[in-house]
Design a protein around this ligand. Structure first.
Ligand code: PDD
Length: 286
């Protein structure tokens, strides 16, 4: 089936969808993005993703390219044209096209907007969650503004590739104090031996994941003990459970870190329950 991408006001065949060579996203990674889950034909947590996009744009002083409602229309039309029932929508906004110069382009330069959508295999993700994934740790080497969902992902790309090279699925960054920040494209969590659910506070060192926010909501009923604080690699390895959250794989159990089994080396009951209940709490748009 032919795929279609939205590029600056037009729906184009995927193979022909391009931005200009002097797009600032291409030349400076001067842009931001969102990845939103599509489930049974509906966008999951659209409002939160669009709000975070607006925040990222504001932090980088990039003009909002269109209203949230208009973005919603484009996302849905892109889903429709690609016949996505279960999958992902990718949305990217850059500072636009201008002669290469590090300073901002002249006022009035239009931001570039790209939206793509693709189907994913939900059963495959569920099967992966049945076994859980392996994670390796890598030294944190990103800029401090990881709270902005910028397309500048080179450290994340290298970390992920290192994970793949070492036979794992994801890399977790570890800061100079030996504390886990987050994954290359997911937030990191553990369940301690005494049953506390722990994830790093969104105040420093991480992207405030939408899946993280919703998962915290899921832990409220029935109320679980949750601690928003940093944890070390040693604490994670000694934990009863570990898992990670992202729009791409929702709640995904982690069964091994740096070759060491977490708990009995199988997905734990807390991660499984949070995964099973996630979509009851997420906002499912019409
Ligand atoms: N990444 N931390 C990082 C560094 C991420 O890139 C992501 C998501 C998350 C989780 O955020 P959310 O729950 O809102 O998806 C945390 C997307 C999925 C990606 O880059 O593909």
């Amino acid at each position: 089936m032919s795929r279609v991408a939205y590029v600056n006001g037009r729906y184009l065949p995927h193979a022909e969808a391009r931005v200009h060579v002097e797009d600032r996203g291409y030349q400076f990674a001067d842009g931001v993005y969102e990845v939103c889950e599509v489930r049974e034909g509906h966008l999951v947590d659209e409002r939160r993703h669009i709000e975070r996009l607006a925040r990222s744009l504001k932090e980088l002083r990039i003009d909002a390219p269109m209203t949230p409602a208009a973005l919603g229309v484009v996302m849905r039309e892109t889903m429709r044209r690609n016949r996505v029932r279960d999958g992902l929508v990718y949305l990217q906004v850059t500072r636009g096209v201008a002669r290469r110069d590090h300073g901002f382009p002249p006022p009035g330069t239009k931001p570039s907007v790209v939206v793509t959508a693709r189907s994913t295999d939900r059963r495959k993700a569920d099967r992966l969650a049945e076994t859980g994934i392996m994670v390796v740790t890598v030294a944190e080497n990103r800029w401090p503004r990881v709270d902005i969902k910028s397309v500048a992902l080179l450290p994340n790309v290298l970390a992920r590739q290192e994970a793949l090279d070492r036979g794992a699925k994801e890399a977790w960054f570890v800061d100079a104090d030996g504390l886990v920040t987050e994954g290359a494209s997911a937030n990191a969590w553990i369940v301690t031996q005494d049953g506390a659910i722990v994830t790093r506070s969104a105040n420093s060192g991480i992207l405030k994941g939408i899946t993280r926010t919703v998962t915290l909501e899921v832990t409220k009923s029935p109320a679980k003990r949750v601690e928003e604080r940093a944890f070390s690699v040693a604490e994670a390895i000694a934990a009863r459970e570990a898992f990670q959250t992202s729009a791409t794989l929702t709640v995904m159990p982690v069964v091994e870190i740096d070759g060491k089994k977490i708990g009995d080396g199988r997905p734990g009951p807390v991660a499984r329950a949070l995964r099973a209940r996630f979509h009851e709490t997420a906002e499912i748009a019409s």
